[in-house]
Structure formats: C-alpha cells, structure tokens
Design a protein around this ligand. Structure first.
Ligand SMILES: C[S@@+](CC[C@H](N)C(=O)[O-])C[C@H]1O[C@@H](n2cnc3c(N)ncnc32)[C@H](O)[C@@H]1O
Length: 324
C-alpha cells in the first residue's frame, strides 16, 4: 500500500490516498510553497521540491502505485489553453517515472478538457505510452459530487494496471449530492481568522452592492462570477484567474460568490468545498493558498480512487494466489 506521488501540490489527492490506507514513499512538486504545506501537515512525508525533470525515480522501483495530476493550464478551458505551453508535455515525465518505478497500478488525473479533440494528441500519447509499457487502463470523466464532494467538478481519471482489468470507482453519492450549505454554512458567522485561512475579501462598495442583489445560482455578467446556490453542490473551484468589470482577465484567487454574503468565498470555505479537513493548514499568502486549493483533487474523490485501487490490487493478488 505504498505509492509515489507526482505533482503533489497542496496534497488533495495524497490526503485522499492516506485516508484510504496508502502511504507515500515520496511526494514531488516544484512549488516551494506547496512543498511547505505538505511538510507542515505531514512532517514524516518525504517531500522532494524539484522539477520532475530532475527526479530520478529508480530508487523507488517496485513501489505499488504511481499517482499524479500533471499541470493542466495548457489544456484547461478556464485558462488560455496555449497548445505550445511546455507544461502540456509533462505527462511524458509522468510516464518516464512509471517506466522507472514499474508500479502494479497508476492513477493519472487531469482536467476534462484533455478529452477534447484539440488536446487529443496528448490523450492518445498517454494511451499509447501506457500500452507500450504493458498497462491496461480505464478512463473517464468523473464528477466529484458523485463521490461525496460538495462540488460539481469534472475531472479525467485514468487508472492503469499491469495485470488484470482496470476499472473506475463507482459513484458513492450520485443523486444525493452534498450541498454548499452542508459544507460551509457554519463558517458564515465566524470572524476573520488568518491562521484558519478564513479572511473575507474587502470588495469595493459598488461590487458589494451588485452582489447583494444576486440571487442563488445567478451570475454577475460583468465580473462573470456566480453566487453559489446553497442547496446544490458548488460550482468548480478554480486555481486562479477571474474577470474584472470590463471582461479583463485578472490574476489571483477568484472563487465564486458566497451563497448568502456579498463577498467571494474565503480560502477555508473553498477548502471545505474541496472536502479538505479543517486541520489541513495552507502555507503562503491568500492567493497562493487559493491556488493550492483550486488545483487539488478533492480529498473525498482521492479517497474513493484510493479505496478502489486497493480493492483492485487485492482482488488481483487473491487471483494470483489461487492460480499459484
Ligand atoms: C494540478 S496540480 C496537482 C494537485 C494535486 N494533485 C492535489 O491534489 O493537490 C499540479 C502541480 O504540478 C506542479 N508542477 C508543475 N510543473 C512541475 C514540474 N515541472 N515539476 C514538478 N512539479 C510541477 C505544480 O506546482 C502543481 O502543484
């Protein structure tokens, strides 16, 4: 039950795997602040803060599983989607690590836009590489809300296995989705607390006035931002970028508008909607904390994948024991 974690970021997928009983032998990310977050929360994890291109995975040969979500800015429909973005090609590094570790199974996560035709070369490249290395695989776009996450977040999940038949986890909460209010209702009355990543933005008075009049689920057309519906799963929490009043693209963390208050979500509220536990501390300034949260695989989805993978490998093992 040990795995190599690539592109670990703020630890969403890793935390889910931990809950499912897995232990990382190494976590690799080149963002020093994300690495700081991992080390702060899990001092015993072996965190390598470096470019994956410098990472020699051979010492980890024979580890059960490799997991990771290569960067997706170049594929994402939310960003500019530059096809020449060098980050688009980092999946090749993921595959290089797989070839060095030779795990029994692997998980690759990415934005659903990787399945779009314009990104087809990358997806087919991943599949060809998996076949070349002898893995059978299953892939599909999963909605995190179907796995106990109070957020509609659609992500491509690829699961590969060396022996046996790969499959994806079955939904656990389809039709009974957790809501925004279940997740963050109790935080609305709390005072600001920077140590808890719960600090409300001070928006300009005219913005507050506009947002005060937005109904649940309604979008402010100027800022292209929606107020969350308290009775539904949240809209997707994104890592960064938003829009100013004239449609100008803004850097920073611009999550959706709170379901009852005239302000955007705090980082802690966004973390709750990503199913992070409250004791998971986030390093860095607010926008960098928001980036770690928006980039993450929701913890509950990671847990469902981790449990599924454990069951897959266990059934394989039982099968091999019977044959022997
Ligand atoms: C989509 S995020 C991963 C989120 C993570 N799976 C989670 O659940 O929290 C992608 C991560 O890849 C990292 N990254 C980008 N380029 C990298 C590189 N060349 N080498 C190592 N890590 C890189 C980023 O810092 C970012 O944390």
């Amino acid at each position: 039950m040990r795995y190599v974690s690539l592109f670990s970021g703020g630890g969403g997928l890793d935390l889910g795997f931990e809950r499912a009983g897995w232990e990382p032998v190494v976590c690799v990310d080149n963002d020093p602040v994300a690495c700081q977050t991992l080390s702060l929360n899990r001092p015993k994890w072996h965190v390598v803060c470096d470019d994956i291109r410098n990472f020699d995975a051979r010492p980890f040969e024979g580890t059960d599983v490799v997991i990771g979500g290569p960067p997706c800015q170049g594929f994402s429909t939310a960003g500019k989607g530059d096809p020449a973005d060098p980050r688009n090609f980092l999946w090749r590094e993921y595959m290089r690590v797989v070839s060095e570790v030779r795990p029994r199974a692997l998980v690759l996560e990415n934005v659903s836009a990787l399945t779009h035709r314009r990104n087809g070369d990358h997806l087919s490249g991943i599949m060809q590489e998996l076949e070349k290395q002898g893995y059978t695989f299953a892939y599909g776009v999963l909605n995190a809300a179907d796995y106990g996450v109070p957020q509609a977040r659609r992500r491509l999940i690829v699961i590969g296995v060396l022996d046996g038949v790969a499959s994806l986890p079955q939904p656990t909460t389809a039709g009974a989705w957790p809501t925004v209010w279940d997740a963050i209702g109790d935080l609305a009355g709390l005072p600001d607390d920077p140590d808890f990543s719960h600090v409300a933005n001070r928006h300009a008075a005219h913005v507050v006035d506009r947002w005060r009049h937005l109904g649940p689920g309604e979008t402010d057309p100027n800022y292209r931002r929606a107020r969350l519906d308290p009775n539904r799963p949240s809209l997707t929490i994104r890592a960064g970028g938003g829009y100013g009043p004239s449609g100008n693209h803004l850097a920073g963390f611009h999550p959706p508008i709170h379901p009852t208050l005239p302000r955007q979500l705090t980082v802690r509220e966004a973390a709750r909607l990503q199913s992070f536990p409250d004791d998971w501390m986030l390093c860095g300034p607010k926008t960098i904390q928001g980036r770690q949260i928006g980039n993450a695989v929701p913890v509950n989805l990671g847990e469902a994948i981790g449990l599924h993978l454990a069951a897959l490998l266990e059934s394989q093992h039982a099968h091999e024991t019977v044959l022997a």
